[in-house]
Design a protein around this ligand. Structure first.
Ligand code: FES
Length: 101
């Protein structure tokens, strides 16, 4: 869920142009300027990958590119940090790709 207005003291939130991205093949609407992580969280998606050894779910932790917990595959490129990568029209994000660091 995205906020529309932070408080009564601030103007409404301005968003970029709506774009369609695909997460594990499922379309979702995001906005230019948002990160993959923001778009996925707004859609209620919390699991971004699973660890190779124990298959433990991982998601957003630091939200600023430091922890590498949010790695996804974007258009066949592995290990992309979702919290640092902005969406674009037609982007394909995979959270279930089989790879390890
Ligand atoms: S959430 Fe820590 S690097 Fe993305």
């Amino acid at each position: 869920m995205r906020i529309e207005k932070a408080t009564n003291l601030l103007p409404p939130v301005k968003r970029g142009k709506a774009v369609e991205i695909y997460v594990d093949g499922n379309p979702l609407i995001a906005y230019e300027g948002e990160t993959i992580a923001a778009a996925m969280l707004a859609a209620g998606l919390r699991v971004f990958r699973h660890t190779p050894k124990t298959n433990s779910p991982r998601g957003i932790y630091c939200g600023m590119g430091v922890c590498f917990e949010c790695l996804v595959t974007v258009d066949h490129v592995n290990a992309v940090r979702a919290c640092m990568t902005q969406v674009y029209e037609g982007m394909h994000v995979e959270t279930r790709a089989e790879w390890s660091l």
